[in-house]
Write a protein that binds this ligand. Structure first.
Ligand code: BDP
Length: 700
């Protein structure tokens, strides 16, 4: 097994009883219609049947004789209306129902939906149930997505490099498109549709205007044509200065009539080729990207101008809140909130603000972004990072749904207790008209798509949470392990806890107790807490940990930058005091003395050192657990993961030793019992940084 098949392996079912039971449904499938989506459904059924039963599918025209009926509202048979009524409203536009029913002594499964895309999702669900070897006679499912826009964001460049990509090159072969359609495009669409993802932003947020030229639009159209039957729309990133760069205008000022016209014409050009084009994602006035502020305008001016261009075609503008201004370097964590919240209510209806889960940048742990819940009149969508920029690339095993779940469950208190981030994202907290979630993709040309075999779980889990932000990380872990490796209960009982712990392990050995952004410069691989020579203060790790003889941590309380005040009062009050701040976030909000007493009685310095050690111990445990899993796993993936885990252990120790040897310079305290003394000098650790690492942006 090389991992190419992801969670859609359809491996042969060895248990003959289960196999016979399942395969009877494939002997008589009733599905009518010839649309492209129905063809996709049929092909998936053929593929699954070949894999799970080594049998062909037999189609049945008479739905009364059929064992499996896949039917939309329009074609729903009259007879069944009486026997198997459907509540079409609760199924929703993209949703489905799957029912196991008995009609005249015959057992049947009926997949019903309002749209054919709903039927596709329903089919994938049934196949998932079979792959997990669940009891079909219990099927009584009604599912519909809780968010509208469920996206992957590719940070892929037109030269096929991928910014922060650790799984090879971009899967978009721009050079050979539009004529050459790589079979991977279809497999990519299948994988996404199987977890409910319904859109893809093809290009990097650090955008290249060329993709808006006709020679690229025809390539984008070719991809859109492949994805359409799977319910997946394409989106592009819009470079704000495109009217100058490829349009020959002298300005990109959003209030300039020529600029408005340019975008309106450009948009019409795209929609002529791709009538269901999703819209644009925009990174403006951030990290050197141009934007409305270059012309003295604000984010609303910029976003609304583009929104007007796509509105006649039903498009949306996803405007990113990941900004940090040149002018206020005192606390980067405050900048997005300060720049956006004052404009609440001033954005057009088809604008949605895309907000990273935390206010800094995809760290192993951050408190939830204070913007969530703070803009009642503006739709906000979540941006998670699936690619592991700050979490060991595709070398370290980290189950990210645990991180996603933590953020989604966090309580903003904006409308009283229980105002979770999930309620902001599904729109229920403030009754939002558009909702969505974006995940920065970890997909590349590697044979297994994601580099680390376990990084597939992060793509899978992200998709599941975009569909339903209330799912638990644990149920996602169980599903994914069953689909990807084995349904054996011993395997699952051991591996589910290991996945659940893996994220905390990385937090512990990289940035425990609320520390953040201590990774090496540029590529962000390995420790670099000592770095302090970058041109902007907030690019330096020293800016974030502020270690000195007195102590360590970033004072964001009232006595510091007062970033806590951007949260709702109850939350702010808790974060404002060390005693009521969760210890996991302690140094995010407070600068505390090395002797500060922790809840367990340890002083801060000892607690910090022990956390680093705990992270190392957790990786050791992962290795011994994996060893025990050998009987349940194919040779190829077993070895691959084993080798990766050994790198992870080496690097967990590197993180611990380098960090402690550096921080010890300030604390002046001995390494506590239970933690080995670093084996090298600080100078040696400093020289260990990687000269080259994958995924770095070419411009910096
Ligand atoms: C940071 C990355 C950078 C991205 C930026 C963004 O280091 O490569 O361009 O985020 O999200 O995490 O725009």
């Amino acid at each position: 097994e090389n991992g190419y098949d992801l969670w859609l392996r359809y491996s042969y079912i060895n248990d003959s009883e289960i196999r016979e039971n399942y395969s009877q449904y494939f002997n008589k499938i009733n599905i009518s219609g010839e649309s492209e989506t129905l063809v996709v459904i049929k092909n998936e059924l053929l593929r699954a049947s070949k894999g799970m039963f080594n049998k062909k599918v037999l189609w049945e025209n008479d739905h009364l004789k059929a064992k499996l009926i896949i039917v939309n509202k329009e074609n729903y048979p009259k007879q069944l209306e009486k026997n198997v009524p459907q509540d079409w409203a609760s199924i929703g536009e993209e949703g489905f129902s799957i029912k196991y029913v008995k009609i005249n002594d015959n057992y049947k499964i009926i997949i019903a939906g309002n749209s054919e895309i709903g039927l596709l999702y329903g089919t994938f669900e049934l196949l998932k149930q079979m792959q997990m070897q669940n009891d079909l006679s219990r099927l009584n499912i009604i599912e519909s997505p809780k968010t509208d826009i469920r996206l992957l964001n590719h940070w892929d460049n037109l030269d096929r490099t991928v910014e922060r990509g650790y799984a090879g090159f971009s899967i978009w072969n721009w050079h050979k498109l539009p004529e050459y359609i790589d079979p991977r495009y279809e497999d990519y669409a299948r994988a996404n549709a199987s977890i409910g993802i319904n859109g893809t932003v093809l290009t990097n947020v650090n955008a290249n205007a060329l993709v808006l030229e006709p020679r690229y639009i025809e390539k984008v159209k070719a991809l859109a044509d492949v994805f359409r039957p799977y319910g997946i729309k394409v989106y592009l990133t819009a470079r704000f200065s495109a009217p100058i760069e490829i349009g020959g205008l002298e300005t990109a000022d959003p209030l300039d009539e020529n600029v408005k016209n340019w975008w309106a014409t450009k948009t019409a050009e795209i929609y002529k080729e791709i009538p269901d084009f999703g819209g644009f994602l925009v990174k403006a006035n951030s990290e050197g990207q141009p934007g409305p502020q270059n012309y003295g305008r604000n984010h609303a001016d910029g976003a609304n101008m583009l929104a007007d261009a796509v509105a006649p075609f039903g498009g949306v503008i996803m405007w990113r809140a990941f900004v940090y201004s040149e002018h206020d370097p005192t606390d980067r964590a405050k900048q997005a909130y300060s720049e956006f919240v004052p404009y609440d209510g001033q954005f057009r209806d088809n604008v949605i603000i895309q907000v990273k889960n935390g206010a800094i940048d995809f760290q192993p742990r951050e408190p939830f972004h204070p913007m969530f819940g703070a803009m009642p009149k503006t739709p906000l969508m979540m941006e998670f990072q699936i690619t592991q920029e700050y979490l060991g690339f595709s070398t370290h095993m980290v189950f990210l749904p645990k991180l996603y779940e933590e953020v989604l469950k966090a309580d903003t208190y904006r409308e009283g207790e229980g105002s979770t981030v999930a309620k902001v994202i599904d729109g229920s907290l403030h009754n939002k008209s558009i909702t969505g979630m974006a995940g920065v993709s970890n997909v590349g040309t590697d044979i297994n798509w994601t580099g680390h075999p376990f990084a597939q779980a992060n793509w899978y889990g992200y998709g599941r949470l975009a569909w339903n932000p209330y799912l638990s990380a644990e149920e996602i872990a169980e599903e994914w392990l069953k689909l990807t490796f084995s349904t054996n209960p011993n395997f699952l009982d051991t591996m589910i806890p290991m996945l659940m712990e893996s994220r905390e392990a990385v937090v512990n050995y990289m940035t425990p107790l609320g520390l953040h952004h201590l990774m090496a410069t540029g590529h962000h691989y390995g420790p670099g807490p000592w770095v302090n020579d970058l041109s902007r203060p907030e690019w330096n790790p020293t800016y974030y940990h502020k270690a000195d003889k007195e102590g360590i941590g970033f004072n964001r309380s009232e006595t510091g930058t007062n970033a806590v005040s951007q949260y709702e009062e109850t939350v702010a009050k808790n974060f404002n005091e060390p005693a009521t701040t969760p210890e996991k976030l302690l140094l995010w909000f407070h600068h505390l003395s090395w002797d500060y007493k922790m809840k367990d009685g340890n002083i801060l310095w000892d607690a910090l050192a022990l956390k680093y050690q705990e992270g190392v111990n957790q990786v050791k445990k992962m290795i011994s657990t994996w060893e025990q899993m050998k009987p349940y796993i194919d040779e190829e993936r077993f070895k691959e993961v084993k080798m990766l885990l050994s790198i992870q252990l080496k690097e967990a120790k590197w993180w611990r030793d380098a960090s402690l040897s550096y921080f010890q310079e300030f604390s002046g305290k001995p390494i506590p019992n239970g933690v080995p003394k670093p084996g090298k000098t600080l100078e040696e650790y400093k020289s260990m940084t990687y000269p080259y690492a994958p995924g770095i942006r070419p411009r910096w």
